[in-house]
Ligand binder design. Structure first.
Ligand code: ATP
Length: 135
């Protein structure tokens, strides 16, 4: 079966490097499925999961936004943070979710602080969903 090379890179270093049969992810414009030979494109990503089909199995990576670059034989995901499902610390994500929810309930919260808490909540929910491989 044809494969495409995938690299997920963060400022802390590479998180994933492998040849896979298919990559699916959430671009800001919607769900994107990429097979080998896909036309080149660059797209901003949402906070979400990257799903990788490899040897008949699906692997999941949580990414907190960033960019996707597709070339016919290579997909690169450049993200501020990314974790493989098995590397996610569930307790930490639960604490982050609770902190963000608390913050969003505060009175007189500045718009930018509310937005920051909302994004932290989305990252935590995404990590929890990916750790349970629900995405
Ligand atoms: P927290 O408040 O728990 O730090 P956060 O969403 O603010 O969560 P980020 O700024 O997105 O965290 O990430 C900071 C670093 O910590 C990144 O390297 C990221 O991969 C890692 N990280 C964050 N949360 C988790 C988690 N639950 N499990 C594993 N790694 C995590």
């Amino acid at each position: 079966m044809k494969t495409i090379k995938v690299s997920v890179v963060t400022p802390d270093g590479p998180v994933y490097d492998s040849d896979v049969e298919m990559v699916s992810t959430k671009a800001q414009s919607g769900e994107l499925g990429i097979l080998p030979g896909h036309i080149p494109l660059v797209a901003p990503l949402q906070i979400g999961a990257v799903r990788l089909k490899k040897d008949g199995k699906t692997e999941f990576i949580a990414v907190s936004g960033g960019f996707l670059e597709v070339r016919p034989d290579q997909v690169t995901v450049l993200a501020q943070s990314a974790e493989k499902a098995s590397d996610i610390d569930v307790e930490r994500a639960i604490r982050a979710k609770e902190r963000a929810e608390q913050r969003m309930k505060e009175q007189r919260l500045e718009h930018t602080d509310f937005r920051r808490a909302e994004l932290a909540l989305q990252r935590a929910i995404n990590r929890l969903a990916v750790s349970e491989r629900r995405m």
